[in-house]
Design a binder for this molecule. Structure first.
Ligand code: MSP
Length: 519
């Protein structure tokens, strides 16, 4: 793989980040970190989507200007991603000047090409979706199925984009590139939607929606959300219409993976390819549509009062690293399916996997090595490595799962390796070997376990970067080693484990403490 470029959806800033937004950013960060372990040239883009009627209305209700609301909330997203160790390379805001300028040029190019035309229109507009809906998109009660709100009737003269011109080319692309839409079961949904597509409105009258990028040469119209929002993926890389794009664009476009929620797949699998085709640009390799996160099996909504902020989870459980939440969220659902968050399940899962199985295994192995051998690996301990095959097989299958964006499944393979290693320790009982003074055998067992622990540290790193780094430090292991260079023989004779360094890498979440903190 020569380069890896991954993007997330850019979030609306009419509110603060919630755990659904966090789910997507964590998932993307985990995928990104895994591929940094396989490739040297990589880029991770995220950001915020700041124009539109939703922002305009919310800012008015809060007695602020739209820009003030955007500045305040965009910062909250940045702060949340920092707290969660979401390590992006670039954060774009659609109110960034360079972005707005290029969006105007893109719009103009499409007008000049005849792909955008003016047309009077009457339609049903859902401000939740920031899109026009057709009658058949609505529920029996005439509501938007995603936002449970009645769309408003909008009658305006708008600019329209000739989506229908690109219909056949998009159908062909989807059919000839089965890896384009992940999971593949969503491709059929998109093909069905494509059957009935019409040209789409891409501007709004400034008299109704003033908070948007103005159309060049037409002060009555603002460019409306989707051309503005979708273009972020190329403007952030320094794309320019006159062929004067920055090196980042040349190096990284087309994207390797674009991560989005299933609710906005239509915009990314139909509108976005059409815009790219109109601009004569290549399409992204994969669109990964993840499922939705529910809270205690209920849809998250302000009216239900169950909207959870990701950082409040860390505070409530008194956790000073985001790793457990990252691990839990990234493994919350099989590829593309919905997942659920519950406090109880969170506690149970991270205690079982990260504290009891993985952390404890490292801690007791290192402690025994210090107790019996003063932390010294002797040459005769390296004679055989019975677990090596299993560890190397696990690297292969983790890579395979990541190639198919099966992030939960990859974690299951890692935990299976942890479980197999724990079983190996139980079966070989190094403490009994030491008691029976079979010291060489005891040293071999402990060394085998530590070799595998280096592999586990590398594999768990994308999910739990802080825990992995702490494991690597105690093992005197280089966590930056590329997955292809791991041979499960990192620990050599003379490799010293420092007694002072040994401490648990992750403590169980204490339920009483967590409950007390919550109150
Ligand atoms: N601004 C648009 C995206 C433009 S991309 C060019 C938007 N914003 S959003 O804030 O509503 O959603 C941002 C992302 O968060 C979307 O991918 C969406 O699917 C995801 N999620 C929002 N709520 C979610 C859950 N409850 N669960 C999982 N992801 C969800 O759409």
């Amino acid at each position: 793989m020569e380069k890896f470029f991954i993007t997330t959806a850019i979030d609306y800033v009419n509110g603060a980040p919630h755990i659904g937004h966090a789910y997507e950013k964590i998932l993307t960060d985990v995928i990104y970190r895994h591929f940094t372990q396989r490739c040297d040239k990589h880029f991770f883009l995220t950001g915020t989507d700041e124009h539109g009627i939703k922002i305009q209305k919310t800012s008015a209700a809060q007695g602020m200007s739209p820009k003030e609301l955007c500045d305040m909330n965009s910062q909250k997203f940045k702060d949340a991603w920092k707290a969660l160790c979401v390590d992006y390379d670039k954060f774009i805001r659609t109110t960034d000047e360079y972005h707005e300028k290029v969006v105007q040029k893109i719009f103009k190019k499409l007008v000049d090409k005849g792909d955008i035309y003016k047309h009077s229109y009457k339609g049903l507009y859902c401000s939740g979706c920031e899109a026009f809906l057709s009658e058949k998109d609505l529920t029996e009660d005439g509501l938007c199925p995603d936002h449970q709100k009645k769309p408003e009737i909008v009658e305006e003269e708008n600019y329209f984009f000739k989506l229908t011109k690109y219909k056949d080319a998009i159908i062909k692309h989807i059919k000839t590139h089965p890896e384009f839409i992940i999971p593949s079961f969503r491709a059929n949904e998109v093909l069905n939607q494509l059957e009935n597509i019409e040209d789409i409105s891409v501007s709004r009258a400034t008299s109704n929606v003033s908070w948007g990028v103005p159309v060049l040469g037409d002060s009555e119209q603002s460019i409306y959300v989707w051309i503005d929002a979708l273009s972020n993926y190329i403007t952030a890389l320094g794309y320019d219409i006159d062929g004067d794009s920055d090196q980042n664009f040349k190096d990284f476009w087309p994207a390797t993976v674009q991560v989005i929620g299933k609710d906005i797949l239509k915009f990314h699998s139909i509108y976005w390819p059409a815009i790219l085709m109109a601009l004569d640009l290549p399409l992204p390799e994969h669109l990964f549509a993840h499922g939705w996160i529910t809270i205690d099996e209920a849809k998250m909504s302000k009216s239900l009062g169950n909207v959870i902020s990701p950082t409040s989870v860390l505070e409530a459980f008194n956790i000073d690293i985001p790793d457990p939440l990252r691990y839990y969220m990234a493994t919350a659902a099989p590829c593309g399916k919905d997942g659920n968050y519950s406090d109880e399940d969170f506690k149970e899962k991270v205690n079982a996997h990260l504290a009891n199985s993985m952390g404890n295994l490292l801690n007791r192995t290192l402690s025994m090595l210090v107790k019996y051998f003063e932390g010294d690996i002797k040459p005769e301990f390296l004679e055989k490595n019975e677990l090596k095959e299993k560890a190397l097989e696990t690297i292969k299958s983790v890579k395979h799962h990541f190639d198919y964006l099966e992030i939960q499944e990859a974690a299951l393979r890692i935990i299976e390796l942890v479980d197999a290693t724990n079983k190996y320790v139980t079966d070989n009982a190094p403490w009994t070997l030491a008691k029976e003074e079979q010291m060489e055998k005891c040293g071999v067992v402990l060394t085998n376990v530590l070799q595998v622990m280096t592999v586990i540290a590398s594999l768990i790193y994308p999910y739990c970067p802080n825990i992995a780094e702490a494991m690597a430090e105690q093992l005197s292991y280089d966590i930056g080693i590329k997955l292809d260079n791991i041979d499960c023989e990192y620990i050599k004779a003379g490799h010293l484990i420092d007694k002072e360094n040994i401490k648990p890498v992750f403590l169980r979440i204490d339920s009483e403490l967590a409950d007390k903190n919550k109150k």
